[in-house]
Design a protein around this ligand. Sequence first.
Ligand code: ATP
Ligand code: MG
Length: 436
Amino acid sequence: MRLSRAFLPTLKETPAEAQVASHRLMLRAGMIRQTSAGIYAWLPLGWRALRKVEQIVREEQDAAGAQEILMPTIQTADLWRQSGRYDAYGPEMLRIRDRHEREMLYGPTNEEMVTDIFKAYAKSYRDLPRNLYHIQWKFRDEIRPRFGVMRGREFLMKDAYSFDLDHEGAQRSYRQMFVAYLRTFARMGLKAIPMQADTGPIGGNLSHEFIILAETGESQVFLHRDLLEFDVLSRPVDYQGDLSPIVEFWTSRYAATDEKHDEAAWAEVPEEKRVTARGIEVGHIFYFGTKYSAAMGLHVSGPDGKPVTPEMGSYGIGVSRLVGAIIEASHDEHGIIWPDPVAPFAAAVLNLKPGEAACDAAAERIYAALAPQAVLDDREERAGVKFADADLMGFPWQVIVGPRGAAAGRVELKRRATGERAEVSPEDAVARVRSH
Ligand code: ATP
Ligand code: MG
């Protein structure tokens, strides 16, 4: 993408309405545009970041054996009456009437719908286990939408639903998602800690929130230092094998949000292992047994021919919230610092003197070699503006092409995260960016 023609409306001023760093930076970097309270349009840079995050979520769900589908955003009230949640959900649900006066709603979650779909086909225990997920927009009429995309009213969520024959199977599905979540967030460069949670309106009796650590997080969290040191990506996972040792490691060490914090248990954690921090919830997993299957009449015939009511769980990830959360966890006073795996572009190629033959030739060549993973700043702007915008947009690498260097066959390569700079040949710059 050439910045001279791109729709990347960066702002110099700090928008007054934004209270947290990620919201400020997403507005300043031209990633999003609020269209009404808690509802955002995603502009080219934001949309690319969102898709990067979404793709990592998708790959890890697929690896864990979940299958992607796509359910609609609009649901019928009747479906929700079957579970009793139509009345229970309250004003967070956006209720709509169609032209025939039928009651509809914009889905805040999909337990009812997925159970209804599965019920239409699942007849016997051989149809189990299954895990179905989708990545779809949700609407919750939050009383106080805030912090930009981190607490919106319309937001993108990955929600998966597992169906199992019995309790043991359901625990296994839960562990598969537990481990998939650890990997998902680690791949985004985040430290995500599972913490025991209340099950809330979804109901059930086993639930973990995945909380990433960031100074501006909404909740206070308390955790054992070992959890920060565990590297979940160092070994491949066999999802068909026994995952309980991994889950056991995470659940046997202290980790709690302020809501669940237990002073007595905390006091038993050795002093040097105690970490307190702020956290942001990015995922939430639930096991709720037969709550929805029973209410919605999902039964299959068991191995002995007798009817069985499948055990279920649901597993959410806030895909759009994650874009904000990643920025909360990774920025400085100059702007965003994208972790490589979620960066909307790997590099910005800064042509400091457009129109100068050597600069143009070098910048175009590097850009062509890196496209589509790079932007080319070919605008008629001062060098200072280009440096500031590149830092603000936060791509992992900057390839700086100036007249003196270009004449000598050299460019400057800057790593956004560390500020390290090196003078290299254009070929080396391309090779180093590509190797990440
Ligand atoms: P919270 O406690 O933050 O209100 P929740 O517990 O209501 O969230 P879940 O039903 O567990 O949310 O939804 C799954 C995930 O969807 C959450 O972990 C979060 O990452 C994301 N999410 C929930 N509400 C919002 C929102 N209003 N805006 C953006 N993401 C959200
Ligand atoms: Mg939650």
